[in-house]
Write a protein that binds this ligand. Structure first.
Ligand code: ADP
Ligand code: MG
Length: 264
């Protein structure tokens, strides 16, 4: 059965896109068939997977508006995942979708036509809580929240959780919040741990393990057009592989997801 996992946080720069690209590549390496969906008009996921948004004729924009079939927009990537790409056109989709009935269901309806071809669909949500993120949360079975371990990381988390609860009440009762993925984690400082303990406490949220360490290789990977996993082994890619493994165990064998117990 296909699992649809949304990666959401309305804050930018918390590694949503990096998480989708890396977990997607790690799942593909585990022989899972993976579709990743770029829901950000900036097209960072599209770009980081080797496709120039400016050179795409059809993208998620046309698909959401019902002007193209999903299959006509899909592109292959070197990471072994299939991509439903985004272009800057998507910035206009917010306004166009707003005028339509059932606007939150556009993505769910669209991916239903191809979902059975994939074991996992990963949704890279944009840095806002607008219609595109609502589409992501409505289409998803589960959602994870990457959180940068810095002071005031929690600002906005309450608002995001409210949105998740509203989606659960209105458009997607089955949506399950799996927890927070600690990103840009610096294990050398107690500070990162304090931030996590605070967030876990304040919102009673599971903090998933392992945390994703800050590593310079990620910035290089983003610029190179292939994900961080295809380069040399490093502690960031190791962490994402472990996270992907944990997700597979959770999905296939209902194994509990590993959480950071000792964050306090
Ligand atoms: P978002 O999608 O939430 O805006 P990105 O995935 O684009 O965040 O990441 C923001 C920036 O942080 C990018 O430049 C990315 O390369 C960098 N980054 C992400 N994860 C890491 C990491 N573990 N270590 C170092 N840099 C990272
Ligand atoms: Mg992003």
């Amino acid at each position: 059965m296909t699992k649809v996992l949304a990666v959401a946080n309305q804050k930018g720069g918390v590694a949503k896109t990096t998480t989708v690209a890396s977990v997607g590549a790690a799942l593909a390496a585990l022989d899972r068939s993976v579709l990743v969906v770029d829901l950000d008009p900036q097209g960072c996921l599209t770009f980081s997977l080797g496709h120039d948004p400016d050179h795409l004729e059809v993208s998620v924009h046309e698909v959401l508006l019902g002007e193209a079939e999903v299959v006509d927009a899909l592109v292959d990537t070197e990471d072994g995942v299939t991509l439903l790409p985004a272009t800057i056109d998507l910035a206009g989709a917010e306004a166009l979708l707003l005028m339509r009935p059932g606007r939150e269901y556009a993505l769910k309806r669209a991916i239903a036509t191809v979902a059975e071809d994939y074991d996992v669909v990963l949704l890279d949500c944009p840095p806002s809580l607008g219609v595109l993120t609502l589409n992501g949360l409505t289409a998803a079975d589960e959602v994870v929240v990457p959180l940068q371990c810095e002071t005031l990381a929690h600002r906005g988390v309450g608002q995001l959780l409210r949105t998740v609860r509203e989606v659960q009440q209105i458009t997607n009762p089955g949506l399950e919040l799996l927890g927070v993925i600690p990103t840009l984690y610096d294990s050398r400082t107690t500070h990162s741990r304090d931030v996590l303990a605070d967030v876990a406490d304040r919102y009673e949220l599971p903090v998933l393990s392992p945390p994703i360490p800050r590593t310079v290789r990620f910035a290089e990977a983003t610029a190179s057009g292939v994900s961080v996993l295809s380069g040399r082994k490093n502690k960031g890619s190791d962490a994402y592989r472990e996270l992907a493994d944990n997700l597979v165990q959770f999905w296939q064998h209902s194994a509990p997801l590993a959480t950071l117990e000792a964050v306090g």
